[in-house]
Design a protein around this ligand. Structure first.
Ligand code: ZN
Length: 165
């Protein structure tokens, strides 16, 4: 099986779209999972979401407790109040590292690769990876966590002052 090409870029439409639910774990879905497994292994990634390989489907792989785990139609059902901030990278945004603050623990409900429902509580790295991957299914990328720099257009500032005055 050849590796799947990875979609890249913060403005890439397939990465920005909300992915569609997987109605059924068909043979085609299993084949996609196999290709994604091989690709994430070759790229040495901690996870991979279907939109990253050009499929706008709610399906992702995430390294959970040391095991690459398939999450289909994942839904985060609980988030801890405690948060943690760590630098994250993304196979779709090479060379970019962003410090992201996320709940330190979550519960996630999903279908496994056999189409059976599961719900697990995850913490630390596993919780972070699962949240990064489920973000991909909503069209959210790391760059969305960057704080925008303050407006420094002097003309705008003057106009704003004039209006305020
Ligand atoms: Zn990513």
């Amino acid at each position: 099986m050849s590796l799947l090409p990875i979609e890249k870029g913060a403005d890439n439409p397939i990465l920005r779209r909300k992915a569609a639910k997987v109605p059924e774990v068909t043979k085609a879905i299993k084949k996609l999972i196999k290709g994604m497994r091989e690709t994430v292994k070759a790229e040495d990634g901690a996870g991979l979401a279907a939109p990253q390989v050009g499929q706008s489907l709610q399906l992702c792989l995430a390294l959970v407790e040391g095991k690459m785990t398939v999450l289909i139609n994942p839904e985060i059902t609980w988030r801890s109040e405690e948060t943690a901030t760590e630098e994250e990278g993304c196979l779709s945004l090479p060379g970019i590292q962003v410090a992201v603050t996320r709940p330190a623990a979550i519960a996630v409900k999903y279908l496994n690769e056999n189409g059976l429902p599961e719900e697990r509580k995850l913490s630390d790295f596993s919780a972070r990876t699962a949240q990064h991957e489920t973000d991909h299914l909503k069209g959210v990328l790391l760059v969305d966590y960057l704080t925008p720099p303050p407006q420094r257009d002097p003309e705008q500032t003057q106009e704003a002052r004039h209006e305020a005055a």
